[in-house]
Design a protein around this ligand. Structure first.
Ligand code: ADP
Length: 204
């Protein structure tokens, strides 16, 4: 009677390992971390990329401000502390997807090396693919997709990356240009570099 509940979870507490899920999905899970100025093209390229990957049979999840800030991070603002917490939670969520065998595509300005390093260390060096959407500030500002640059220039947004807060470009990342390229061209360059990293060979 006394020991009745002791081993009650013995069957259920073993989580199926990532490797087995990757076999099931016939892919290698990775986190594609897109960094770049607001309006550089992160979300546009990520959406195009996700469709292409889906068509090729990969299981993906796109994370961006829309699905993160409206849900899991809806209690966070834009103070330095909250920005750090925002990225920490995104990295932890990505890690859960990673352990499920899913390819996660993340679109966040993530402007500093320190903040991306935090994400990299949570996710793990081998699974973290850093991508710089390398669009000059002048082009992003001319696009002004969400009207944020106009507001930032008027001083209505504090600490706006590229205007009143720095953007520290990564040195080692896959670099994608969007100036003078179509979305399809920009996305294809990323796709070509990504496929070998996520494709599972028959024996792997
Ligand atoms: P971010 O997610 O980085 O804030 P968005 O993807 O929301 O940027 O906006 C990028 C804008 O730039 C879109 O209006 C898109 O149509 C335009 N654009 C023009 N050329 C490209 C390209 N080659 N790649 C990505 N976006 C491009």
């Amino acid at each position: 009677m006394k020991d009745e509940g002791k081993n009650i979870f013995s069957v259920f507490d073993e989580i199926i390992p990532r490797a087995e899920k990757e076999v099931l999905l016939k892919q290698k899970a990775r986190v594609v971390w897109m960094t770049g100025l607001s309006g550089s093209g992160k979300t546009t390229i990520a959406k195009y990329l996700e469709k292409e990957l889906h068509q090729q049979g990969f299981l993906t999840q796109l994370l961006d401000g829309d699905n993160i800030r409206s849900g899991i991070n809806n209690n966070l603002g834009f103070s330095e502390e909250d920005r750090t917490e925002n990225i920490r939670r995104i990295a932890e969520v990505s890690k859960l997807f990673l352990n499920c065998g899913v390819i996660t595509i993340n679109c966040f300005v993530s402007p500093t090396k320190a903040i991306r390093q935090e994400a990299r260390s949570i996710i793990g060096e081998d699974d973290f693919i850093e991508v710089l959407v390398d669009t000059p500030l002048a082009i992003c500002e001319a696009r002004d997709v969400k009207g944020l640059y106009k507001k930032a220039r008027k001083g209505e947004i504090k600490d706006f990356t590229g205007i009143s807060a720095p953007f520290e470009a990564p040195e080692q990342a896959i670099k994608i240009q969007t100036e003078n390229h179509t979305v399809a061209e920009s996305a294809q360059i990323l796709l070509d570099q990504l496929i070998p990293k996520i494709k599972k060979s028959a024996e792997a």
